[in-house]
Design a protein around this ligand. Structure first.
Ligand SMILES: Cc1cc2nc3c(=O)[nH]c(=O)nc-3n(C[C@H](O)[C@H](O)[C@H](O)COP(=O)(O)OP(=O)(O)OC[C@H]3O[C@@H](n4cnc5c(N)ncnc54)[C@H](O)[C@@H]3O)c2cc1C
Length: 406
């Protein structure tokens, strides 16, 4: 349940107008005899009830707002006592919404039903006083408005949805950092060891300065690669850990190549994978500048060459110079750039354990993970050793793990 109440009061003196003379485009100084001002009181309140069940979620949102405005103006804007205007507006608004929606975010069918209603009362009065004639002309307006609606929406996703992080993946990590709070994130932690302790978990690690820190928690989620779990979870049965550690990772070298002039060669695509029968030294080439803005100068291009994999482990032994030569040749043979083209930027990233290989041993690994999680409550083993290897799998897994500990 969430309740917000806000009261706002404002008092302003006002209306510094002088008489304007159109013939010589001049205005007199501000000079009038009656006090002019504006006062307003606003009270806003909102109450929200949310129930999260396994089958549905229910939300009730109630809002209330009352405002009271009063305005006094010396309407002649001169030192003479001629006209004075008082305006008042009182507004009251009440609204209520109920929504019931499916809780299943993994499935393809989603539904929502809801009811919404509001009532608004607006009382407005304007009174002009003609002082010299001892006459006033008050006018009163009363405008009630209300509306009600019932609604329902059913959605069935025919295909798996495709997502793209506009601006690139860094937008996702930026948003996550903002949500988690930068001060709650520890980077560069070394020698991380997790230990069960009196129904809770102790996590100890070494900071960059060599200091040892220990944390205590109800839950621990790991997303490190399978190769790192043996040292991190030393209490796990040897047979279970062996089933996890057996996971092989393909090594991949990524070479980023930037050109300030792409000589008119345009690749309007995400990139491509290269079949073995092509007998090329590359697994694939991606075109980041075709998908994301600000990756290169307007006439240029940014490419990402992927080299290696389980069938070409020997590529990992190539020197930087050899890889550069290979990629420069590929710019011509694979992408059709002129033979003499020279990249303006080349960066090489060697990912020793890049892509986990879901081989026949995977079933035993998944079973071992389940056994460990059953035996040690509060421990969740995630990451790319289970639930798929791509980014979309990681995001789906992260949502499921978040809901699991909520
Ligand atoms: C070159 C390359 C290109 C890719 N392109 C795509 C793509 O286009 N689309 C897509 O869907 N997927 C892509 N992937 C796959 C995607 O990167 C992975 O699915 C995803 O990064 C896996 O996330 P993860 O958190 O499970 O593992 P990782 O990203 O590998 O993260 C594991 C983390 O654990 C840390 N770690 C390891 N050991 C320890 C330890 N002992 N203590 C503390 N920390 C430790 C590592 O430093 C690392 O940061 C690509 C992968 C590679 C290598």
């Amino acid at each position: 349940m969430r309740l917000n109440v806000l009261f706002d009061h404002s008092t302003q003196g006002g209306y510094p107008y002088g008489v304007y003379h159109a013939n010589d485009n001049t205005a007199d100084a501000v000079n009038y005899n009656r006090n002019s001002d504006y006062r307003r009181n606003v009270l806003s309140a909102g109450m929200n009830w949310l129930y999260r069940g396994n089958a549905f979620r229910f939300n009730a949102q109630t809002s209330f707002q009352h405002s009271n405005d009063k305005q006094h103006i010396d309407q002649d804007f001169t030192p003479q006592d001629l006209f004075f205007v008082t305006t008042q507006l009182k507004q009251t608004l009440v609204s209520q919404e109920f929504t019931l929606r499916s809780a299943d975010i993994q499935g393809r069918y989603h539904w929502i039903v809801g009811a919404f209603g509001f009532y608004q009362k607006a009382n407005n009065s304007v009174e002009t006083q003609f002082i010299t004639r001892s006459l006033a002309t008050p006018k009163y307006y009363n405008n009630p408005t209300w509306a009600a609606a019932l609604y329902h929406q059913s959605t069935y996703d025919l295909t798996k949805s495709t997502h793209i992080a506009v601006g690139g993946l860094s937008r996702l990590t930026e948003a996550l950092t903002q949500s988690v709070g930068e001060s709650n994130i520890i980077l560069g932690a070394k020698e991380v060891v997790v230990t069960p302790m009196n129904g809770q978990w102790q996590v100890s690690y070494k900071t960059a300065t060599g200091e040892t820190i220990s944390l205590c928690s109800q839950h621990v989620i790991t997303t490190v690669g399978a190769y790192a779990l043996k040292t991190m979870l030393p209490f796990v049965e040897e047979a279970d850990m062996a089933a996890i550690s057996a996971l092989r990772y393909a090594p991949i070298i990524q070479v980023s190549v930037g050109l300030s002039d792409a000589h008119g060669v345009e690749n309007k695509a995400f990139g491509g994978l290269i079949p073995t029968c092509e007998k090329q030294p590359f697994l694939g080439i991606l075109f980041p500048s075709a998908c994301f803005s600000q990756r290169c100068p307007t006439a240029g291009a940014l490419y990402s060459f992927f080299i290696g994999g389980t069938n070409h482990i020997e590529m990992f032994d190539k020197t930087d110079a050899e890889l550069q030569q290979m990629v420069c040749k590929g710019l011509t043979t694979m992408l059709g750039l002129p033979a003499n083209v020279q990249p303006d930027m080349i960066r090489i990233f060697r990912h020793e354990r890049a892509i986990p290989q879901y081989e026949l041993s995977s079933g035993a690994r998944f079973e071992a993970v389940n056994r460990i999680e059953q035996a040690y409550k509060g421990l969740i083993i995630g990451g790319n050793l289970r639930d798929g290897i791509g980014m979309a799998d990681r995001i789906r897994q992260a949502v499921a793990m978040g809901l699991q500990i909520k």
